[in-house]
Design a protein around this ligand. Structure first.
Ligand code: FAD
Length: 582
């Protein structure tokens, strides 16, 4: 097959059927364009498949831009045509994007690999291990997704937090109550992202995610997909144990080889040891107790930069108009997204994060008496407001390194922070910083899980807000209006006050008086990096495979899924004595 990129058609050429939200590709016109590009007759093309479709709004007329794969009626002509276009960036052989198992488990498997965490990373590690016959055991501290949904709504509707079953913990991981954006900028030479997307489609996601440039599936569809993949892992001999929290790791003294996990069954309160020499640790960024346990057990880790800030809400129509111009509201385009960055005079970068078109701001804490914001949406993205994190980059130099702060954050423990050499940063100090901000936000919100908020105009002018304007908040259980400058360090407030008017120049109306800020956004990525070697095992603990977002090898659903596949393959290779594919 031949892949041809940059085939452009006016938006009107794309056939959209609003009654069933279906898009039919304008195949005849694409065949014609492909034939013209190759200098052959349209009849010479026997078949055409759309690989990707995006929109280009930079010209006065909005264009649909396609990448297609074609088959020729005379297959023998393919090599000649490809040779003729060898120098042409937009004509190439279609790559083989299928995933192939690195090997198959032996009939007598001595010990089953274990996967800790059933978010996107753990799901895909477990799925590929199951597909290769390794019958993995999955341990997930939270509950199955339907029960978890009820617990999560408990915080949003009744101000009742369940610390082991919430937006961060439970089947599906952190992104289950999300916008379900499924794109990433990772390098992916083996097309593992395609494997993630194909499995999503095979388990109920709409097929369009395979060709849309910025696909998303929304929270409800994601829940069904997760249940479908769980059933497939079980069908292949895997086992998924919910409400099982890994509370300790058993490591041999001399070799530092992992030999087992201590597991707390949270439903019964009983603790048991699970022997294993291969455990994928797909913990996510919020498993602070597990990070602290790793630190105590000497697992190599370090504090790393992340970002903190607020959620910002605008009327979606403001974003649509800025992005799509006169075509705003076209059902094919849907609710528009954006990406913004500003480098402030004080040296801080302020940027948009996890933008959710037509969505809601959600309460995303996993710890009592703390407030954390994030965003989610449904597949339709039909809610009135657009929301996004607006965050300021921070680094370990910003985190507290004093015993009193550690003792406050870790219930009296200081984890040896007092023994640090001058300038040395404690691996757990990012967690201390997050907890400080989240506890302060809880108090500023009124100590009842309401979040503190302020109108953008008032925030820039430095005066407290007293009533909502044109933008009604979507955050549940509620917002307490006031002055957000106490919610973040001064450098972050200063950088954001500078960034908002600058963003208003890029998206007209972005710095409107009534746009709403809600705080605090602190779980943008992991506060720690748990380093691993080329064999995907911890730098100093054999058999322990740090993976996904919590270990800082992913940022988002798709990249976490891709990392899960790589780590699942690495476990299989270690057991089978094979080279890891590169
Ligand atoms: P997680 O998904 O966090 O999964 C980790 C799992 O491990 C959890 O289920 C946890 O319960 C379990 N666990 C932790 N510790 C233990 C233990 N000791 N024992 C047993 N189990 C344990 N990303 C996108 O790409 N698109 C989006 O639209 C998007 N929206 C988001 C919206 C929200 C509200 C949130 C919170 C996140 C969003 N993200 C989004 C980010 C995305 O969810 C994460 O990047 C992704 O889930 C990371 O995957 P992971 O598997 O590495 O970790």
């Amino acid at each position: 097959m031949i892949r041809i990129a940059e085939l452009k058609l006016p938006l009107a050429a794309v056939q959209y059927h609003p009654e069933n939200h279906t898009e039919y590709h304008p195949t005849d016109r694409l065949v014609q364009l492909a034939a013209e590009r190759l200098g052959i007759a349209a009849q010479a093309i026997a078949g055409l498949q759309v690989h990707k479709r995006s929109f280009d709004a930079r010209k006065s007329e909005l264009l649909a831009v396609y990448i297609v794969d074609i088959t020729l009626a005379d297959a023998g002509q393919e090599a000649t045509l490809l040779a003729r276009f060898a120098e042409h960036a937009h004509v190439n052989p279609t790559p083989d994007m299928s995933w192939k198992p690195v090997g198959l488990a032996p009939a007598q498997l001595e010990q089953r690999p274990v996967v800790v965490g059933f978010g996107p990373c753990g799901i895909f590690a477990a799925l590929v291990l199951a597909q290769m016959g390794f019958k993995p055991i999955v341990l997930e501290r939270g509950k199955p997704v339907r029960e978890r949904t009820k617990d999560t709504w408990g915080l949003w509707r009744k101000r009742e937090l369940t610390p082991e079953s919430n937006v961060q913990f439970g089947e599906g991981g952190a992104g289950t109550f999300s916008d379900g954006k499924l794109y990433s900028q990772i390098k992916d030479p083996r097309h593992l992202g395609r494997k993630v997307m194909s499995e999503f489609v095979a388990h109920g996601a709409p097929a369009e995610i395979l060709f849309a440039a910025h696909p998303h599936i929304g929270t409800f569809k994601l829940v069904k997909v997760v249940e479908g993949i769980r059933a497939e892992i079980i069908r292949l001999g895997g086992e998924i144990r919910f409400e099982q929290r890994v509370s300790d790791v058993l490591i041999e003294d001399e070799s530092r080889q992992l030999v087992g996990l201590q597991v707390l069954n949270q439903a019964t309160g009983e603790s048991y040891t699970l022997a294993t020499r291969h455990a994928v640790m797909a913990l996510g960024h919020s498993s602070r107790d597990t990070f602290a346990m790793f630190y105590e057990r000497g697992v190599a880790m370090e504090a790393k930069p992340f970002a903190v800030g607020f959620r910002i809400e605008h009327p979606q129509s403001v974003i649509d108009r800025a992005r799509w111009g006169k075509d705003a509201g076209h059902p094919l385009l849907g609710a528009a997204d954006y990406k913004l960055v500003h480098h402030a005079k004080n040296g801080r970068a302020v940027y948009s994060f996890c933008m959710c078109p037509g969505g809601t701001v959600v309460a995303a804490t996993s710890e009592p008496e703390r407030v954390v914001t994030n965003g989610m949406s449904q597949y339709s993205r039909a809610e009135r407001n657009a929301n996004a994190g607006m965050v300021c980059a921070i680094s370990p130099e910003d985190y507290p390194q004093d015993p009193a702060s550690f003792a406050w954050a870790f219930g009296g423990k200081t984890y040896g922070v007092e023994k640090l050499a001058p300038g040395e940063r404690h691996p757990l100090s990012g967690i201390v910083f997050q907890r400080q901000l989240e506890s302060r936000a809880y108090v500023l919100g009124g100590s009842n899980y309401s979040a503190p908020g302020q109108l953008v105009g008032d925030f820039v002018a430095g005066k407290p807000s007293t009533e909502f304007g044109a933008v009604q908040p979507s955050y549940k259980p509620g917002i307490s209006l006031g002055d957000l400058h106490q919610a973040l360090p001064g450098y972050a407030i200063e950088a954001m006050r500078e960034a908002l008017p600058a963003f208003g120049k890029k998206i007209r109306g972005y710095d409107m008086q009534d746009a709403l800020l809600t705080g605090v956004e602190t779980r943008t990525s992991s506060p720690v990096k748990i380093g691993r070697g080329a064999d995907f095992q911890s730098e100093n603990t054999r058999g322990l495979y740090p993976a996904g977002e919590g270990a800082s090898y992913a940022g988002g659903i798709l990249s976490a899924g891709v990392d899960g596949i790589k780590v699942g393959e690495a476990v299989a290779c270690a057991i089978l004595g094979l080279e890891i594919p590169s």
